[in-house]
Design a protein around this ligand. Structure first.
Ligand code: UDP
Length: 358
């Protein structure tokens, strides 16, 4: 019997794949596709126009991009622009659904959850962020009530932001292609911060901490909000901070690996925080607020430190303790828990379970 699955992936509608606008979802989609293809499954991706992520088989769809959920107020209504790419992607999915065993949604948006019962082919969802708006929470919880196995999260901490989420909803964690990340044993002097330059990522606290310690900080990531960046730099004129751009993984890991520590200072519940495991894979210890996904990743005193949320003093003390961490432990943790095959196992088990129950 041919056991391989035909899968249709629907990407995030907030930006083209490969631009970084989709944040960690882009890496997750790419890595999950790779993991499943390595197991003999076929993956086709629908994504907004301009998407490029070789060697994925991507069909692009035109239309206006969705606004990002992170900027929305809790009571925000569902928003769709004129000619939404999200609508066009799901129309395309509806047309093509007979050719696939499963449709896999990566969009953190109301419409795919609402449309799920209208499809003959089962639709599964990876919820990529914690709770942000009441309208989206309701859509996620209704989908869980109707299809308790079809909704996956990254971490339990993230799932809990939506309320009571049953154990039938798997937490997939994340995985990266470790061959792309080189272990760097002897770092230079700098600290690292990686993420979208956006208020929910809390860059200001990392900058405040390095202003106190006098250690230089390099920042990588999509410049989503340039005004926010200027404001942060303006508030800490003494901090030595350099912006090094949004780099492809190969280059990012080379530069990141040379850093002596990685600062993770989210103001929101980070669903997972792919950058955390990327840092660990390079041998870079992680200092993170004890908030969201990183709390389920960082091993206190062994691969980094978890700090009281929003405490710049806490960050400073943890920076002082960085020499206590053996960088080899960081790499080892990434290898055992966050490889592509480990992620592939979790995803395949989930998808087969969904198909069995349907
Ligand atoms: N990233 C990148 N190049 C950079 C900076 C970041 O490719 O110069 C990627 C990073 O590897 C990660 C993603 O951007 O995959 C950020 O994802 P994360 O889950 O940390 O946060 P999100 O943006 O989804 O909130």
């Amino acid at each position: 019997m041919n056991n391989s699955l035909n899968l249709l992936f629907l990407s995030t509608p907030v930006g083209a794949l490969g631009t970084g606008l989709g944040g960690g979802v882009e890496l997750s989609l790419y890595n999950i596709a790779q993991a499943l293809q390595e197991r003999g499954h076929r993956v086709k991706v629908l994504a907004p126009e301009g998407s490029q992520l070789p060697p994925l088989d991507i069909s692009t769809v035109t239309g206006a991009l969705q606004v990002v959920a992170q900027t929305q107020e809790r009571n925000a209504a569902i928003a769709l622009p004129k000619n939404p790419v999200l609508g066009a992607m799901w129309e395309e999915a509806r047309r093509q659904q007979d050719r696939f065993d499963l449709i896999f949604n990566f969009a953190y948006d109301w419409l795919p959850f609402f449309l799920t019962p209208f499809f003959q082919t089962p639709v599964v969802h990876l919820v990529s962020m914690g709770s942000i708006t009441d309208a989206m929470d309701a859509a996620v919880l209704e989908a869980i009530a109707r299809y308790p196995q079809r909704i996956a999260f990254y971490t339990r901490t993230q799932a809990a932001t939506f309320g009571e989420v049953p154990e039938t909803c798997p937490c997939l964690g994340s995985g990266i292609d470790l061959s792309l990340y080189e272990f760097c044993e002897t770092p230079g002097d700098r600290l690292a911060w990686v993420g979208r330059i956006a208020p929910e990522k809390g860059l200001e606290d990392a900058v405040a901490a390095v202003a106190k310690t006098g250690i230089p900080l390099t920042v990588w990531g999509k410049m989503q909000f340039p005004d926010y960046w200027e404001e942060v730099l303006g508030n800490y004129p003494d901090a030595e901070v350099e912006y090094a751009g949004f780099l492809p993984t190969r280059e990012l890991q080379r530069q990141l690996g040379r850093c002596r520590g990685f600062l993770m200072t989210p103001k929101w519940v980070e669903a997972f925080g792919n950058v955390t495991i990327e840092a660990l894979a390079c041998g870079v210890p992680v200092i993170s607020y004890r908030r969201g996904g990183p709390t389920e990743i960082v091993r206190e005193g062994e691969t980094g430190f978890l700090v009281e949320p929003d405490s710049v003093e806490g960050l400073v003390s943890a920076i002082d303790r960085l020499p206590e961490i053996d960088r080899a432990n960081c790499r080892r943790q990434a290898e055992t828990e966050f490889s592509i095959p480990a992620m592939g196992d979790r995803v395949e088990t989930w998808l087969r379970g969904v198909l069995k129950s349907d």
